[in-house]
Write a protein that binds this ligand. Sequence first.
Ligand SMILES: Cc1cc2nc3c(=O)[nH]c(=O)nc-3n(C[C@H](O)[C@H](O)[C@H](O)COP(=O)(O)OP(=O)(O)OC[C@H]3O[C@@H](n4cnc5c(N)ncnc54)[C@H](O)[C@@H]3O)c2cc1C
Length: 462
Amino acid sequence: MLAREVLEELIRVLGRDNVLTEQEDLLTYAYDATAAMKHHKPDVVVAPLTTEQVADVVKIAMRYHVPIYTRGSGTNLSGGTIPIAGGIVLSMLNFNKILEVDQDNLTATVQPGVIIQTLNDEAAKYGLLYPPDPGTVTTATMGGSVSECSGGLRGLKYGVTKHYIMGLQIVLANGEVIRWGGKTVKNVTGYDLVALFTGAEGTLGIITEIIVKLIPAPEAHKSLLAVFDDLDKAGGAIAAIIRNKIIPATLEILDNVTIQTVENFVHAGLPMDAEAVLLCEVDGYKEVVQREAVLVEQILNDEGAVQVKIAKDDKERDLLWLARRSALPALAQKRPTTVLEDATVPRSKIPDMLKAIRSIATKHNLQIATFGHAGDGNLHPTILTDEREAEEMKRVHLAVDEIFETALALGGTLSGEHGIGIAKMKYLDREFGEAGVAALRRLKEALDPNYLLNPGKIVRRD
Ligand SMILES: Cc1cc2nc3c(=O)[nH]c(=O)nc-3n(C[C@H](O)[C@H](O)[C@H](O)COP(=O)(O)OP(=O)(O)OC[C@H]3O[C@@H](n4cnc5c(N)ncnc54)[C@H](O)[C@@H]3O)c2cc1C
């Protein structure tokens, strides 16, 4: 329960309209897109309009020792915005301006509440592109995406969010405002705080401005659909494409459960009886795209695809990618709870990971659909379950443990793009060891000694 003085101070700084305390409003902020997570209502939701107001909110929170959970669109998949200890949810959705597209320096400066697609629509007017492309590109904010270091469909060729963040304005836990990085291509002045805050999940400070790198938009693209009657062959084809030194912009896999569910959902013409399909897009200069598409088609055929189809126009292409982007919403219709993981392995280990997921599903008698950014080693095994079934949930937790153990044993990592949040905290020492987790904790304590910024995420007080 929040002290009356805290509310009064927040209203004084932000005005009554930007301070929400109605129970229905609070309930909306009690959860995020993560499945099977306990909901927690905050005591208050605030929506500042300026960096100065954010700094004032932080100072009030620190004075009264109240936790702050910064929130964009709440689409993260690791419980990252759940206000587990009550306190203040700080919505950044009012920070929705694109401040500049700088064609000479190939940068854009944006506020953190800007939706990723809105930035891309603006960049497109200048023939430019901001490549990070999570499935939620039309809903997720830039601040949330930087704080999760989102990946997405173009990771294979273009990398992920951290490769595009050049500068940040940050409100620190003591209310001070700092700027780090900028528009220079090179910058090695001091410790790299831009890198540290990218992927920090709101646990170290609050981002109020972002400078990103833009690239020239590719001139042409071609999308291919390859159908396989065997999941292992699909896994082998992914490795073969890379081995042949072709780096598609996107190389995604959908297994049979995903194909059937997605096809019923969007009717994109996916073959319902296929064991797996690969969706691939090559992009760049027209001549290069033409040549690479032919080479990829050849490799897919050599690797045993039963059919390879090249999208003949933008309509066909858009339908294929709509099918891919619909994977999670479509699967979410099958059972009440959809536990989506993002264990990631070196891409040469994709066939091993696919096999392991299949045998984990059989062992625990669970339905696991697998899809994901296979070309960059980032799979999304998705367990279709029902959180009300206690016995089944025990098997789900065992399966998740084994998925992570397998990924680590194959030289992979706990999270390719969805972050740690609450969901994966308990696994951290398996990847870093106790000394590694202690080092993370010391970093947290240096920047947020009272654990008031998104507490209970990534690392907990010892
Ligand atoms: C259907 C679906 C598909 C998805 N596909 C992908 C995908 O392909 N790739 C991928 O990487 N992710 C994916 N995600 C996860 C999610 O969409 C991304 O992590 C997204 O970038 C989060 O943005 P958001 O605005 O919703 O952030 P939120 O969920 O609101 O916040 C995420 C984290 O960032 C922190 N935060 C937010 N704003 C700030 C700020 N201004 N300053 C400091 N901290 C802040 C929060 O405290 C929280 O820890 C998917 C999610 C769903 C539901």
